[in-house]
Design a protein around this ligand. Sequence first.
Ligand code: MN
Length: 133
Amino acid sequence: MSGCLVLLVEDNEANQMLARAVLEIEGFEVEVAGSATEALEVLAARKPDLILMDIQLPGQDGLSFTRDLKSDPRYEGIPVVALTAHAMQGDREIGLRAGCIGYIAKPIDTHTFGTTVGEFIRMSQGDRRMVAQ
Ligand code: MN
């Protein structure tokens, strides 16, 4: 997945640094935004292959922001994966309803995080190819 651009929307600085470091070691390019507002600034300039979306953000929360992205023709095609500290049952469903293609639990597992992110990108690109055929 080398060369793929990931937009990480996460307000916690320690989580930002860890996720960015792991992804960059795996060859991803990473843009970090600390809020929905900052993410929109990145999206105005670049089109990421995947958005990693923290659910709990200052200001607009991640699920509400995901719903906005999914209803905007400029951004609806960008896959969103929720980052959630909640391990509660039903969270996955809530994320899927908001338009996420899946979720990754926090704290992230540094051994599997990059592979998991790569699989989500491959999965979303595969879906697009299937639609095109
Ligand atoms: Mn947060």
